[in-house]
Design a protein around this ligand. Sequence first.
Ligand code: FAD
Ligand code: DLZ
Ligand code: SF4
Length: 508
Amino acid sequence: MKKLRLILGDQLNPQHTWFNQVDADVLYVMMEIKQETNYVVHHAQKVIAIFAAMRAFRDALKNDGHRVIYLTITDANNHHDFDQNLGHIIAQHQIEHFAYQAPDEYRVDEFLKAFISQLNIPYAMDSTQHFLTERDEASRFFGNSNWLMERFYRHMRIKHQVLLDDKKKPVGGQWNYDKENRQYWHQQPPAPVDNRPTHDHSDIWREIKSLNITTMGQPNETTFRWPINREESVQILDDFIDYKLVYFGAYQDAMHTEEFRLFHSLISFSLNVKMLSPAEVIAKAEQAYIEKAYPLAAVEGFIRQILGWREFVRGFYWANMPAMQTVNYFNHQQPLPSWFWNGETKMNCMKHCITQSLDHAYAHHIQRLMVIGNFALLMGFKPSEVHAWYLGIYIDAFEWVEMPNTIGMSQYADGGLLATKPYVSSAAYINKMSNYCGDCSYSYKARIGEDACPFNSLYWDFFQRHQKQLANNPRLGIVNMQLGKMSESDKSNISQQANLIRKHAENL
Ligand code: FAD
Ligand code: DLZ
Ligand code: SF4
């Protein structure tokens, strides 16, 4: 029986059982298509990375003897959507069975469901064999109760036997060591060397440009630093375990103008396109705790991101789609200013985080959450626009993980289904965790006046504007109390200042 198997651009897992045996009756298909390059404006490096990794995967499959049809973006036979390309290939090769791996995105899942429903040959949807949970596992775990990451995480620790002692209790006596993980980085210990491989992808970039595909950010096509195959991904993971994991916990939230990577792993692209599996990453981190006696806070903090957060947000995504696409709890409508695409703002923290994102297609969690996302929520930017920006700009941005993080965790647009409180702060937090404020045109201490840091008035204005929705949140007791004590004239000055900032968003 002639079989066709579709491999999507984020399904580059060479360890999948599909590839265990070479079968002359099986034809694999991979395609670079405008349907995928154009659903949002992607970062140039993201498009290059996907194409380069897909091509490397094709070459590896062919080397192993598998048969692969590969449509490049410039191929004359490319119809640029899955539907038409698959239809032609099925007819041309007289395919008798079609299979695909479960897509991680709702959009693609819906589309492929529609595609198979009109097929007149048998078909199958196989597992990607990547995640540690089923799509609906977290949903079943929570049932009608509130989604709390910490509860889910403990369940995952027990279920997967991670960092447990002989009595099945958490090693060290605690489940979570987050409180030990919030230090500022004083440029000591020195920033780790960037050991990522360098590639020249000028050829791919030329092809992308020849089709006028709109992208954002720097392509860095001749000095490309993202991994494009499993070997490089494993090398980056091992480098992280050897040199960075030990400091990961302590400096996880720190930000610095001189160093954008700090002690973060930079494995999210490899994980999300499945060149690495979460199970192997967790196993290596746990092994480092046992064999290298790394601090428990560092190892637990890192494992929590993958065993906890990553699986949790995926479950949340499938439980809340498609409704999550349109939620807007605070009815925020302000458009993003144009400097989100060039970093040209006087706000030093925003300038650094956006410029870095445009240069490297990367920002770490706190830059995404407590600088850019914080500002977007305080300003009242439209959640769907914020989501599209995040989905485009980051190398690791795939909707199943980006959307819950942006719409839920960062913008609270779901009204608190995912986050227990809005992640907002004034300049005090940014000044504590970074060196951004020192060189800023704005004063981090001032709330009112031309040189006052925009975060300060926006922060208090946010709680004033949304008092009704936030007054009863138990995690906001102190803020609500402080607001209650504020004089009416102070409140009015803050509102005026915040309105002015919103009005002049383009020129901040
Ligand atoms: P590290 O800091 O080294 O963490 C290790 C790994 O843990 C990451 O590679 C990632 O796989 C996982 N992880 C950490 N935090 C999260 C989280 N909140 N949700 C899911 N997994 C997590 N992550 C993405 O992979 N894709 C996205 O599109 C994405 N969008 C985000 C948008 C916003 C607004 C926010 C606040 C966070 C987003 N994150 C996203 C989560 C996190 O910021 C990135 O996973 C992380 O910065 C990737 O860099 P790293 O590999 O160096 O991670
Ligand atoms: C992100 C992306 C891009 C830019 N291009 C392609 C592509 O041309 N072909 C492809 O198969 N996948 C691409 N991807 C990744 C897809 O968006 C991702 O595979 C789906 O969203 C499924 O999660
Ligand atoms: Fe950002 Fe305000 Fe600090 Fe400037 S003063 S870097 S705008 S937090």
